[in-house]
Design a protein around this ligand. Structure first.
Ligand code: MN
Length: 221
């Protein structure tokens, strides 16, 4: 009577098999220059975690401009895919949970997020909406520790930074998250965005890259 939704999946580069997605975790303010551009003081003492719904993934080349905003922002990020479970994972064991990595966009209704911050309200409507998580194909293995992330809009580079600039490393993010949630295979983690976030308009063409991973290209509809 009621249709069963099919689970979202990611392509795996070079394979026909796909990666089934369970949850999407995100960390905020993980690059000092981005924290500063948002008016925050970079602070490694208090990570900000939030989630996006798994069915908000976009793997195709069209992203629907969301309702309820006049200020959709791009945030290019490395996305980690977990292949093993863990709770209270020690730092040294955290990398073993990583199955692969991809480039993704933590799309943000910045006007709604800014209003929520001002009122001390949760970020959900600013961060979680249909099509808020475009992600490229997954590459199995670990990223190079100094792989560069870039985002261009209409052939102009807006964001470019090495993942070595992350305040919390991939292993630290996994260890910290696993103190709050039991991590499972199929979980994705958006690891934060460097400086240069800005608005996207209908018709914009975006290209997101992370060295070692497949590029992601899309048009905003
Ligand atoms: Mn982000």
């Amino acid at each position: 009577m009621f249709p069963i939704p099919s689970p979202p999946t990611l392509a795996i580069d070079g394979r026909t098999e796909r990666f089934p997605v369970r949850r999407m975790y995100c960390i905020g303010r993980n690059y000092a220059d981005h924290a500063k551009e948002m008016g925050a003081v970079p602070d490694k003492g208090s990570p900000i975690f939030f989630l996006k719904p798994a069915d908000a993934i976009v793997t195709g080349d069209r992203v629907r401009y969301p309702p309820g905003t006049n200020n959709l922002h791009h945030e290019v990020e490395m996305v980690l895919a977990l292949g093993r479970s863990g709770a209270n994972v020690p730092l040294a064991e955290a990398p073993a949970l990583i199955a692969g990595f991809a480039v993704g966009l933590d799309l943000t209704r910045r006007d709604l997020q800014t209003a929520a911050k001002a009122k001390g309200n949760p970020w959900d409507t600013g961060k979680s909406f249909d099509d808020c998580a475009p992600i490229g194909a997954l590459t199995l293995g670990l990223p190079s520790p100094d792989a560069r992330l870039t985002l261009s809009v209409n052939d102009v580079i807006r964001q470019s930074e090495s993942i070595a600039a992350m305040l919390w490393s991939s292993a630290e993010i996994i260890a910290l998250l696993s103190e709050l949630y039991t991590l499972m295979p199929g979980d994705l983690i958006f690891t934060g965005t460097p400086a240069g976030v800005g608005p996207l308009l209908r018709g914009d063409h975006v290209v997101a890259t992370l060295v070692g991973a497949a590029d992601y290209r899309a048009t905003i509809d």
